[in-house]
Design a protein around this ligand. Structure first.
Ligand SMILES: Nc1ncnc2c1ncn2[C@@H]1O[C@H](COP(=O)(O)OP(=O)(O)OP(=O)(O)O)[C@@H](O)[C@H]1O
Length: 273
Protein backbone atom coordinates (compact mmCIF):
# COMPACT_ATOMS: atom_id res chain seq x y z
CA UNK A 1 0.00 0.00 0.00
CA UNK A 2 1.21 3.50 -0.73
CA UNK A 3 0.68 6.39 1.67
CA UNK A 4 1.10 10.10 1.11
CA UNK A 5 4.36 11.86 1.88
CA UNK A 6 4.83 12.42 5.62
CA UNK A 7 4.98 15.88 7.04
CA UNK A 8 8.46 16.22 8.52
CA UNK A 9 8.15 16.86 12.23
CA UNK A 10 10.55 19.81 11.91
CA UNK A 11 7.70 21.73 10.42
CA UNK A 12 5.04 20.39 12.75
CA UNK A 13 2.73 22.81 14.49
CA UNK A 14 3.62 22.54 18.21
CA UNK A 15 -0.05 23.12 19.04
CA UNK A 16 -0.91 19.92 17.24
CA UNK A 17 1.55 17.54 18.85
CA UNK A 18 0.20 14.19 19.97
CA UNK A 19 0.55 12.79 23.46
CA UNK A 20 0.25 9.19 24.49
CA UNK A 21 -1.61 7.69 27.42
CA UNK A 22 -1.75 4.16 28.75
CA UNK A 23 -4.80 3.12 30.73
CA UNK A 24 -4.65 0.11 32.99
CA UNK A 25 -2.20 -1.80 30.81
CA UNK A 26 -1.33 -5.32 31.95
CA UNK A 27 0.91 -7.72 30.04
CA UNK A 28 1.78 -11.40 29.97
CA UNK A 29 4.33 -13.69 28.38
CA UNK A 30 2.39 -16.97 28.40
CA UNK A 31 1.09 -17.32 31.96
CA UNK A 32 3.77 -15.00 33.37
CA UNK A 33 2.21 -11.63 34.19
CA UNK A 34 4.89 -8.96 33.84
CA UNK A 35 2.91 -5.69 34.03
CA UNK A 36 -0.02 -4.82 36.28
CA UNK A 37 -2.45 -2.04 35.38
CA UNK A 38 0.00 0.59 34.24
CA UNK A 39 -1.64 3.97 33.67
CA UNK A 40 0.60 6.76 32.49
CA UNK A 41 0.15 10.02 30.61
CA UNK A 42 3.09 10.87 28.35
CA UNK A 43 2.54 14.56 27.57
CA UNK A 44 2.75 15.93 24.04
CA UNK A 45 6.08 17.51 23.12
CA UNK A 46 7.79 16.31 26.29
CA UNK A 47 10.33 13.62 27.06
CA UNK A 48 9.05 10.98 29.49
CA UNK A 49 11.66 8.72 31.09
CA UNK A 50 10.84 5.19 32.26
CA UNK A 51 13.15 4.11 35.05
CA UNK A 52 13.39 1.09 37.34
CA UNK A 53 15.49 -1.99 38.07
CA UNK A 54 16.16 -4.68 35.50
CA UNK A 55 13.18 -6.91 34.72
CA UNK A 56 10.44 -4.58 35.98
CA UNK A 57 8.83 -4.39 32.53
CA UNK A 58 10.01 -1.04 31.12
CA UNK A 59 10.91 -2.44 27.69
CA UNK A 60 7.75 -4.52 27.56
CA UNK A 61 5.71 -1.41 28.32
CA UNK A 62 7.59 0.52 25.61
CA UNK A 63 6.90 -2.21 23.05
CA UNK A 64 3.22 -2.16 24.00
CA UNK A 65 3.17 1.54 23.09
CA UNK A 66 3.71 0.80 19.39
CA UNK A 67 2.18 -2.65 19.10
CA UNK A 68 5.48 -4.52 18.99
CA UNK A 69 4.61 -6.62 22.06
CA UNK A 70 2.07 -8.59 20.05
CA UNK A 71 4.85 -9.74 17.70
CA UNK A 72 6.23 -11.97 20.49
CA UNK A 73 4.78 -15.49 20.45
CA UNK A 74 2.61 -16.09 23.50
CA UNK A 75 2.49 -12.41 24.47
CA UNK A 76 -0.83 -10.90 25.59
CA UNK A 77 -2.04 -7.63 27.02
CA UNK A 78 -5.05 -5.85 28.46
CA UNK A 79 -5.89 -2.17 28.72
CA UNK A 80 -5.76 0.77 26.33
CA UNK A 81 -3.12 2.98 24.75
CA UNK A 82 -4.51 6.28 23.56
CA UNK A 83 -2.90 8.27 20.78
CA UNK A 84 -4.90 11.43 20.15
CA UNK A 85 -7.64 9.95 22.35
CA UNK A 86 -7.97 6.91 20.14
CA UNK A 87 -6.96 3.42 21.27
CA UNK A 88 -4.09 2.09 19.13
CA UNK A 89 -5.54 -1.37 19.84
CA UNK A 90 -9.00 -0.46 18.57
CA UNK A 91 -10.43 -3.28 16.48
CA UNK A 92 -9.51 -2.85 12.85
CA UNK A 93 -6.61 -0.45 13.44
CA UNK A 94 -3.58 -1.54 11.44
CA UNK A 95 -0.36 -2.17 13.44
CA UNK A 96 1.75 -0.86 10.52
CA UNK A 97 -0.07 2.48 10.63
CA UNK A 98 0.44 2.67 14.40
CA UNK A 99 4.16 1.93 14.01
CA UNK A 100 4.51 4.65 11.38
CA UNK A 101 3.13 7.20 13.84
CA UNK A 102 5.00 5.77 16.82
CA UNK A 103 8.62 5.05 15.87
CA UNK A 104 11.20 3.12 17.86
CA UNK A 105 14.96 3.40 18.36
CA UNK A 106 16.69 0.43 19.95
CA UNK A 107 19.53 -0.19 22.40
CA UNK A 108 22.08 -1.07 19.73
CA UNK A 109 22.31 1.08 16.62
CA UNK A 110 20.99 -1.09 13.79
CA UNK A 111 21.53 0.68 10.46
CA UNK A 112 21.88 -1.44 7.32
CA UNK A 113 25.70 -1.50 7.35
CA UNK A 114 26.33 -1.87 3.61
CA UNK A 115 23.61 0.59 2.60
CA UNK A 116 24.52 4.24 2.03
CA UNK A 117 23.77 6.85 4.69
CA UNK A 118 21.11 8.41 2.43
CA UNK A 119 19.47 5.07 1.65
CA UNK A 120 19.47 4.15 5.33
CA UNK A 121 17.43 7.25 6.10
CA UNK A 122 15.09 6.56 3.18
CA UNK A 123 14.72 2.86 4.05
CA UNK A 124 12.07 3.64 6.68
CA UNK A 125 9.90 5.22 3.98
CA UNK A 126 10.10 2.13 1.84
CA UNK A 127 9.22 -0.16 4.74
CA UNK A 128 6.26 2.06 5.59
CA UNK A 129 5.09 1.99 1.95
CA UNK A 130 5.56 5.74 1.58
CA UNK A 131 6.44 6.91 -1.93
CA UNK A 132 8.32 10.17 -2.45
CA UNK A 133 9.70 11.79 -5.59
CA UNK A 134 13.46 12.16 -6.07
CA UNK A 135 13.54 15.86 -5.22
CA UNK A 136 11.40 15.52 -2.15
CA UNK A 137 13.35 12.42 -1.07
CA UNK A 138 16.65 14.35 -0.97
CA UNK A 139 15.05 17.14 1.04
CA UNK A 140 13.49 14.66 3.44
CA UNK A 141 16.84 12.92 3.94
CA UNK A 142 18.50 16.26 4.67
CA UNK A 143 15.72 17.38 7.03
CA UNK A 144 15.78 14.08 8.91
CA UNK A 145 19.57 14.12 9.27
CA UNK A 146 19.44 17.73 10.45
CA UNK A 147 16.77 16.89 13.02
CA UNK A 148 18.86 13.97 14.24
CA UNK A 149 21.88 16.29 14.56
CA UNK A 150 23.95 14.37 12.02
CA UNK A 151 23.76 16.47 8.86
CA UNK A 152 26.94 18.50 9.42
CA UNK A 153 28.96 15.34 9.95
CA UNK A 154 27.71 13.41 6.91
CA UNK A 155 26.49 15.91 4.31
CA UNK A 156 29.62 15.38 2.19
CA UNK A 157 29.43 11.59 2.20
CA UNK A 158 25.80 10.60 1.91
CA UNK A 159 26.60 7.77 -0.49
CA UNK A 160 29.10 6.06 1.82
CA UNK A 161 27.98 3.05 3.90
CA UNK A 162 26.11 3.65 7.16
CA UNK A 163 28.21 0.92 8.76
CA UNK A 164 31.33 3.09 8.45
CA UNK A 165 30.00 5.65 10.93
CA UNK A 166 30.91 5.65 14.62
CA UNK A 167 28.49 4.01 17.08
CA UNK A 168 27.07 7.35 18.18
CA UNK A 169 26.68 8.51 14.59
CA UNK A 170 24.97 5.22 13.70
CA UNK A 171 22.50 5.76 16.52
CA UNK A 172 21.71 9.25 15.24
CA UNK A 173 21.36 7.73 11.74
CA UNK A 174 18.76 5.34 13.19
CA UNK A 175 17.00 8.31 14.77
CA UNK A 176 17.02 10.05 11.35
CA UNK A 177 15.58 6.90 9.76
CA UNK A 178 12.75 6.90 12.30
CA UNK A 179 12.12 10.62 11.82
CA UNK A 180 11.93 10.32 8.01
CA UNK A 181 8.44 8.79 8.16
CA UNK A 182 7.17 11.76 10.21
CA UNK A 183 6.25 10.05 13.48
CA UNK A 184 4.28 11.80 16.22
CA UNK A 185 5.96 9.77 18.94
CA UNK A 186 9.50 8.40 19.24
CA UNK A 187 10.16 5.52 21.63
CA UNK A 188 13.77 4.98 22.68
CA UNK A 189 14.87 1.83 24.49
CA UNK A 190 18.15 2.63 26.29
CA UNK A 191 19.44 4.39 23.17
CA UNK A 192 22.81 5.27 24.73
CA UNK A 193 23.64 2.06 26.57
CA UNK A 194 26.07 0.95 23.84
CA UNK A 195 27.69 4.38 23.47
CA UNK A 196 30.69 6.11 25.04
CA UNK A 197 30.09 9.22 27.18
CA UNK A 198 30.82 11.68 24.35
CA UNK A 199 28.45 9.96 21.93
CA UNK A 200 25.90 9.68 24.72
CA UNK A 201 25.99 13.46 25.26
CA UNK A 202 25.58 14.00 21.51
CA UNK A 203 22.50 11.77 21.37
CA UNK A 204 21.11 13.52 24.47
CA UNK A 205 21.59 16.85 22.67
CA UNK A 206 19.57 15.47 19.77
CA UNK A 207 16.84 14.37 22.18
CA UNK A 208 16.79 17.87 23.68
CA UNK A 209 16.50 19.40 20.20
CA UNK A 210 13.65 17.05 19.25
CA UNK A 211 11.70 17.95 22.33
CA UNK A 212 8.81 20.20 21.39
CA UNK A 213 8.81 18.81 17.84
CA UNK A 214 7.48 15.42 18.85
CA UNK A 215 6.76 13.35 21.94
CA UNK A 216 9.51 11.09 23.26
CA UNK A 217 9.41 8.15 25.67
CA UNK A 218 12.82 6.84 26.75
CA UNK A 219 13.85 3.84 28.86
CA UNK A 220 17.05 4.51 30.73
CA UNK A 221 19.08 2.96 33.54
CA UNK A 222 21.08 6.13 33.88
CA UNK A 223 19.60 8.39 36.55
CA UNK A 224 21.66 11.38 35.43
CA UNK A 225 20.42 10.87 31.90
CA UNK A 226 16.79 10.72 33.06
CA UNK A 227 17.30 14.04 34.84
CA UNK A 228 19.13 15.62 31.92
CA UNK A 229 16.71 14.70 29.15
CA UNK A 230 13.24 14.20 30.61
CA UNK A 231 10.50 16.46 31.93
CA UNK A 232 8.31 13.59 33.18
CA UNK A 233 9.40 10.38 34.77
CA UNK A 234 7.81 7.07 35.83
CA UNK A 235 9.39 4.66 38.28
CA UNK A 236 8.55 0.98 37.67
CA UNK A 237 9.09 -1.81 40.15
CA UNK A 238 8.47 -5.58 40.19
CA UNK A 239 9.37 -8.32 42.61
CA UNK A 240 9.77 -12.07 42.18
CA UNK A 241 6.05 -12.67 42.75
CA UNK A 242 4.50 -9.38 41.66
CA UNK A 243 4.39 -7.96 38.14
CA UNK A 244 5.83 -4.57 37.27
CA UNK A 245 3.83 -1.53 38.33
CA UNK A 246 4.36 2.18 38.44
CA UNK A 247 5.28 3.14 41.99
CA UNK A 248 5.41 6.84 41.24
CA UNK A 249 5.22 9.16 38.25
CA UNK A 250 5.38 12.91 37.83
CA UNK A 251 7.62 15.81 36.86
CA UNK A 252 11.23 14.57 36.75
CA UNK A 253 12.54 17.35 38.94
CA UNK A 254 10.04 16.57 41.68
CA UNK A 255 10.49 12.80 41.42
CA UNK A 256 14.23 13.16 42.00
CA UNK A 257 14.23 15.98 44.54
CA UNK A 258 11.13 15.15 46.55
CA UNK A 259 9.87 11.61 45.89
CA UNK A 260 6.68 10.61 47.68
CA UNK A 261 7.38 6.89 47.96
CA UNK A 262 10.44 5.73 49.96
CA UNK A 263 11.15 3.07 47.31
CA UNK A 264 11.48 5.82 44.70
CA UNK A 265 13.86 7.71 46.98
CA UNK A 266 15.97 4.59 47.49
CA UNK A 267 16.11 3.86 43.76
CA UNK A 268 16.89 7.35 42.49
CA UNK A 269 19.58 7.67 45.16
CA UNK A 270 21.20 4.44 44.04
CA UNK A 271 20.41 2.43 47.15
CA UNK A 272 19.18 -0.53 45.05
CA UNK A 273 18.77 -1.67 41.44
N1 LIG B 1 10.20 -12.35 24.92
C1 LIG B 1 9.97 -12.65 26.20
N2 LIG B 1 9.50 -13.86 26.57
C2 LIG B 1 9.25 -14.18 27.84
N3 LIG B 1 9.47 -13.33 28.88
C3 LIG B 1 9.95 -12.11 28.58
C4 LIG B 1 10.23 -11.71 27.25
N4 LIG B 1 10.70 -10.42 27.27
C5 LIG B 1 10.72 -10.06 28.56
N5 LIG B 1 10.27 -11.06 29.35
C6 LIG B 1 10.12 -11.02 30.81
O1 LIG B 1 9.29 -9.92 31.15
C7 LIG B 1 9.76 -9.27 32.31
C8 LIG B 1 10.00 -7.80 32.02
O2 LIG B 1 11.09 -7.71 31.10
P1 LIG B 1 11.51 -6.32 30.43
O3 LIG B 1 12.61 -6.61 29.47
O4 LIG B 1 10.31 -5.63 29.94
O5 LIG B 1 12.07 -5.53 31.70
P2 LIG B 1 13.00 -4.25 31.76
O6 LIG B 1 12.57 -3.49 32.94
O7 LIG B 1 12.99 -3.57 30.44
O8 LIG B 1 14.42 -4.92 32.00
P3 LIG B 1 15.87 -4.36 31.57
O9 LIG B 1 16.02 -3.07 32.27
O10 LIG B 1 16.80 -5.41 32.08
O11 LIG B 1 15.87 -4.25 30.08
C9 LIG B 1 11.00 -10.02 32.77
O12 LIG B 1 10.62 -10.95 33.77
C10 LIG B 1 11.44 -10.74 31.52
O13 LIG B 1 12.12 -11.93 31.82
Amino acid sequence: MTTTVPQPSATADPGRLSGLESRSVSAWFGSHKVLERVSLAMPAGEVTALIGPSGCGKSTFLRILNRMHEMVRGAALAGEVLLDDEDIYRHGRRPAEVRRRIGMVFQRPNPFPAMSIADNVASGLKLAGIKVGREHRDQLIEDSLRQAGLWNEVSGRLSTPGGALSGGQQQRLCIARSLAVGPDILLMDEPCSALDPTSTRRVEKTIAELRGQLTIVIVTHNMQQAQRVSQSCAFFLASHDTPGRIVEAGPTERLFSDPVDPRTADYVNGRFG
